[in-house]
Design a binder for this molecule. Structure first.
Ligand code: NAP
Length: 248
């Protein structure tokens, strides 16, 4: 992993959804490596000790115009070059058939997974273009797998993947890279919540049925996100969807 920013420029990154499991893992790795971070939460503000690591915390809700402004202002207040943006906001479906899923759930899941990314870009675009930043969005293997009983999430992650490719084409001229990592199941509170919705009562037994007999670990996904966004040997890549799963 290459999480260490070049010594000649200020290490600044944006992590949206940093109150969530993956965003927190990315945030922790970045701050330990000396990065300055603008981090967002929606309903779970950081604990007192998390406020003391030099991170600028911003309340960010995909439904609110004010959140775009707040995130832009927080980024503008930070000196140095914006190297990377990690878009980790997301929300699951209730795992029902499309016929049984309300339109409001499709709206809410789309808002969390797709509109949040649009707002993030609106907030950081000017700075990202000026600084030649790298953007890494968090998708899911669900976006391609299109399994039954996951319509809102599948549709939202597929839309996010298309948006990432579109944005990469638009921003290439500005030296901005935009990619998406699409992990499979990560050992996380979200995964346990989703398994419960699916009626899984024994997560450990469920995990043993996965290709490697285990889910992804949060820290290995966080490390992959950081490497894809910041390592020199990934600097050619843009407009790419990277699965992180066992192809079985
Ligand atoms: N966990 C998995 O197994 C898995 C697998 C593949 C892909 N993913 C994707 O990876 C990303 C991170 O997952 P995670 O496990 O870290 O999820 P998580 O723990 O549920 O975190 C979700 C984050 O998104 C924020 N958020 C949710 N709805 C929002 C909205 N409408 N507007 C603004 N912020 C909102 C939450 O803020 P608050 O908590 O402060 O409200 C939280 O920071 C998601 O995009 C998810 O779809 C997860």
């Amino acid at each position: 992993m290459n999480a260490t920013p070049p010594a000649t420029s200020a290490p600044l990154a944006v992590v949206t959804g940093a109150s969530g499991a993956l965003g927190a893992a990315i945030h922790t790795r970045l701050t330990r490596a000396g990065w300055q971070v603008v981090a967002t939460y929606r309903t779970r503000p950081p604990a007192r000790d998390q406020r003391q690591d030099g991170t600028s915390w911003v309340r960010f809700d995909a439904a609110e115009d004010a959140s775009t402004t707040a995130l832009r202002q927080a980024v503008d207040a930070c000196p140095g070059r914006l190297h990377a943006v990690f878009a980790c906001v997301g929300a699951p479906s209730t795992k029902q058939a499309v016929a049984d899923t309300g339109v409001s759930e499709f709206d809410a899941v789309h808002q969390a997974n797709v509109v949040s990314f649009v707002r993030t870009w609106h907030a950081v675009a000017a700075r990202a273009r000026r600084d030649g930043a790298s953007v890494l969005a968090t998708g899911s293997d669900a976006g391609q797998a299109a399994r039954a009983h996951n319509g809102p999430y599948t549709a939202a992650k597929a839309a996010l993947a298309s948006l990432v490719i579109t944005l990469a084409k638009e921003e290439l001229q500005h030296g901005v890279r935009v990619n998406l990592l699409a992990p499979s199941l990560i050992d996380s509170p979200l995964a346990r919540h989703v398994m419960a919705l699916k009626g899984v009562t024994d997560p450990d037994a469920y995990y043993t049925q996965l290709p490697w007999g285990r889910p992804l670990a949060l820290d290995e996904v966080a490390a992959t996100c950081i490497e894809l966004a910041t390592a020199a040997h990934w600097s050619y890549a843009t407009g790419q969807i990277y699965p992180l799963a066992a192809a079985l």
